[in-house]
Write a protein that binds this ligand. Structure first.
Ligand code: ZN
Length: 244
């Protein structure tokens, strides 16, 4: 029952930028930390040449996502240029097959897991740790639509983090606030909000998908902002009641 549960302050469920108006500041900070460079295409072409040779036998690696040398079979350094989509052998689109993604993730983790390298050199062990954590990060970024969409925006030159994906639309924000109040008020209302929000989420996912398909990044960004709020409401309700 909702009444017995601890109810955190509503502000805790909003992306931070909504409440403290720090959108531009945090974006600048993010750019300054160099994270954007991770995705910038110029950096990609500059680094490409360094990624081609095996560190042990100098054999040429066929692609940026070669985890093992095709010649000596030794584990390679993590690629600095490959996107998370490339690492997990997935098409670079919003609508991906998450079952296939999970299979690829498991397949790679089985090959790269540090336990498999315990008898090998220190260098190989540490490379397996790096590769394994990179694949882990890639998987958890692409698995859920919210993170995947934000990552895809970044790849398309629209750098925006989860905390920055906030709305300034007062009417929209009031409606969201009202939903949180209803969820906290009673169980019946919470169920109504859940059903309504599930519809909103579905609709929003369709809009995000179509915007990415058309290459309309501005619409994709606007829809991702909404998705951020709807996803948080969804998580909030699911955390309180195991309905699924
Ligand atoms: Zn080699």
């Amino acid at each position: 029952m909702f009444g017995r549960r601890f109810i955190p302050k509503i502000a805790a469920f909003f992306p931070t930028g909504t409440m403290n108006n720090s959108i531009s500041r945090s974006r600048n900070a993010w750019l300054l930390t160099g994270q954007y460079n991770k995705y910038a295409s110029s950096a990609k072409s500059k680094r490409r040449s360094k990624d081609r040779l095996c560190w042990k036998c100098s054999a040429i690696l066929k692609s940026a996502v070669e985890f093992f040398c095709p010649s000596c079979n030794i584990i390679q350094r993590p690629s600095k240029t490959a996107t998370y989509f490339e690492l997990l052998n997935s098409p670079k689109t919003f609508d991906i097959n998450t079952t296939q993604l999970a299979e690829e993730y498991k397949r790679l983790q089985w090959k790269l897991h540090p336990d498999k390298f315990s008898d090998l050199s220190k260098n190989e062990k540490s490379l397996s740790e790096e590769q394994s954590s990179l694949v882990n990060e890639a998987y958890h970024t692409l698995l859920k639509p919210l993170k995947r969409g934000l990552y895809l925006l970044n790849l398309n030159g629209v750098p925006v983090t989860e905390d920055e994906a906030t709305s300034t639309d007062v009417k929209f924000l009031n409606a969201i606030m009202e939903k949180y109040e209803q969820i906290s008020s009673d169980e019946e209302k919470a169920k109504e909000v859940y059903i309504e929000n599930t519809g909103d989420l579905k609709e929003c996912l369709k809009n995000v998908s179509s915007a990415f398909e058309k290459g309309d990044m501005e619409t994709a960004r606007q829809e991702m902002v909404k998705l951020n709020y709807f996803s948080k409401i969804d998580e909030f309700i699911k955390e309180r009641e195991s309905w699924d």
